[in-house]
Each structure stands twice: as structure tokens, then as C-alpha cells.
Design a binder for this molecule. Structure first.
Ligand code: HSE
Length: 284
């Protein structure tokens, strides 16, 4: 038996579309158990990722069963698919004896997911910046600043990433691109420096949130409320529908007031305040 623990991740963090990422202290535990019958769901992301590593190693995948203890809300923009992929790759690497490096596993994971922004922090933990360069993932990883905490707010409904990518425009105005380059750069600097004041100016975005918010009723209302309660930044987590507000670690009062406010927003919203995680996917 092998058990892998893997964390939730938030991507984009507002302006950093498909490149910024952060691991959060919400986890799944995935157990791989030798079995006498083959795993029935061949489309399961964990299974597919493990099988891909076996294929690369030129080995046959043994019969296994997969059990999960799920803490990461599924299909909510909190990296549940990246978590499954990372868990499958890590376990597949050990079980097959492929002995691939973490960077090779990140390449495989990114190929399966299609973009690196959840995959990189799912493997490595911390705050990450990643970008594709001629088909390869190039990334920067930093321990997450300890002085922030994260209010993670998600409704009961799910939102498939494919649907949330489907509402994005094919082209953007030059000025909007310039706007986001500036904000994403500021955001990165603020996360590295732990500068909450800078974050307030950095979390604006013109590339995706304004198109996606029609899929998340109450988005503007929740973000406005978060700002009025002193959030340093608030944004759609990944493709949504989760909304995350960054708070100063010592902040008091946000959770109670926001929980009350969320009762008035359609969707039966849940609120959890968590820390970032500097732990990547690992075998227990
Ligand atoms: N960067 C991705 C998006 C994250 O916003 O579509 C979701 O997988």
C-alpha cells in the first residue's frame, strides 16, 4: 500500500492568468492498494496519471485499487484535478521504478492538465510562477509568505474548467494585456515581499474574471464585501466558482461577518479560512 498526500491549489490569483499559483492547506489523501481485480474507472485522473508514468517507464501497470480521503472541493477552482494528477504521477513513479525527476513529472502533469499554474504548486507547494516556453514548463517557486491567510469561499454548485474557459474571448485589447502584465507583476512582487498594501492595487484583472463572473452569481457582491471587510485582495480562484480573499494573518472579524453575508448570496456558500502550504505532493 502506498499513500500520497496532495494539497489544494489556487491559480491565476486575479491577474496572473495561467501562470500564478499557490498551494493551500487543504488536502486529499490517496491510497494505492494492490488488488486482484483491475481498477474499473480507466478515466479516473489519478489512474490515468499513474498509467502514463508506467507507459513512459515501459512497464505494465499492476492491478491496483485507489481509495481517496477527499478534502479538496471538486470542480470548484481549487486544483482538484491537478491534485489527482500529481498524486497519480508521484505514486506511478515509485511503483513503476521509473525514477523520473520532479521536473519530468511536472512536464507530464502539465501535458495532462493543459496548463501549469495548478500543477506546479500541487507538486512543489508554496507560491509559484510558471510559464510554457517552447513546450517546456519554466517555473519559479518560493515559500509562501507566513503573514497572510486565505478565506476560501465556494458555493454548492460546480463549474467545469472547460465551461469557464469557453466564455473567454479569442482576442484581447492591447491595453488590457498591458494592464494585466502590470498587475500580475505587482502581484508577484507583493507575494514575495509579503506586502499587503501592494496587493490591494495588484489583484485587478481584465483578462478573465469579467467574462466568468456571469457563471458565478454574486461574484461582485462577495468581492465588494470582502474589500469592505479589509481583504488585501480578492479574486476568482482558478476558473471558479471559488472566490478567495487574502487577509492579514492577524486580521479578526472577517470570517464571522463574511459568513453572515454569504447567507444572503444564492448558492449555499461555504467559507474556510486556511493558510498557504509549503508542502508539495508527497508519499506518507
Ligand atoms: N488558469 C486556469 C484557468 C486555471 O483560469 O482556466 C483553471 O484550471
Amino acid at each position: 500500500m502506498m499513500e500520497v498526500v496532495v494539497k489544494a491549489t489556487t491559480a491565476n490569483l486575479g491577474p496572473g492568468f495561467d501562470c500564478l499559483g499557490l498551494a493551500l492547506d487543504i488536502e486529499n489523501r490517496v491510497r494505492f492498494i494492490k488488488s486482484h481485480k483491475d481498477f474499473s474507472d480507466k478515466n479516473n485522473m489519478i489512474y490515468m496519471a499513474a498509467k502514463k508514468v508506467f507507459d513512459i517507464a515501459g512497464k505494465n501497470m499492476p492491478m491496483i485499487d485507489i481509495e481517496q480521503q477527499v478534502g479538496i472541493p471538486v470542480c470548484r477552482g481549487l486544483g482538484s484535478s491537478a491534485a489527482c494528477i500529481a498524486a497519480g504521477c508521484i505514486a506511478g513513479n515509485i511503483m513503476s521504478g521509473a525514477n523520473l525527476s520532479i521536473d519530468e513529472l511536472i512536464e507530464i502533469g502539465t501535458e495532462i492538465e493543459g496548463h501549469p499554474d495548478n500543477i506546479v504548486p500541487a507538486f512543489l507547494g508554496g507560491f509559484t510562477v510558471s510559464s510554457m516556453d517552447e513546450g517546456k514548463v519554466v517555473y519559479y517557486r518560493r515559500e509562501a509568505y507566513e503573514g497572510f491567510k486565505y478565506a476560501v469561499m465556494y458555493p454548492e454548485y460546480t463549474l467545469p474548467t472547460s465551461q469557464a474557459r469557453g466564455v473567454l474571448p479569442k482576442e484581447i485589447a492591447f491595453g488590457d494585456g498591458v494592464f494585466n502584465v502590470g498587475k500580475a507583476s505587482l502581484f508577484t512582487a507583493a507575494m514575495i515581499a509579503g506586502d499587503g498594501e501592494l496587493l490591494k492595487y495588484a489583484c485587478k484583472d481584465k483578462l478573465h474574471q469579467r467574462y466568468r463572473k456571469s457563471l458565478v452569481p454574486g461574484f461582485d457582491e462577495i468581492v465588494d464585501k470582502a474589500q469592505s471587510l479589509g481583504a488585501l485582495a480578492s479574486f476568482l480562484s482558478g476558473a471558479g466558482p471559488t472566490i478567495i480573499a487574502i487577509l492579514s494573518k492577524d486580521e479578526k472579524g472577517f470570517e464571522i461577518a463574511m459568513r453572515e453575508h454569504l447567507k444572503s448570496v444564492k448558492g449555499n456558500w461555504t467559507l474556510k479560512v486556511v493558510r498557504a502550504s509549503n508542502e508539495g505532493a508527497k508519499i506518507l
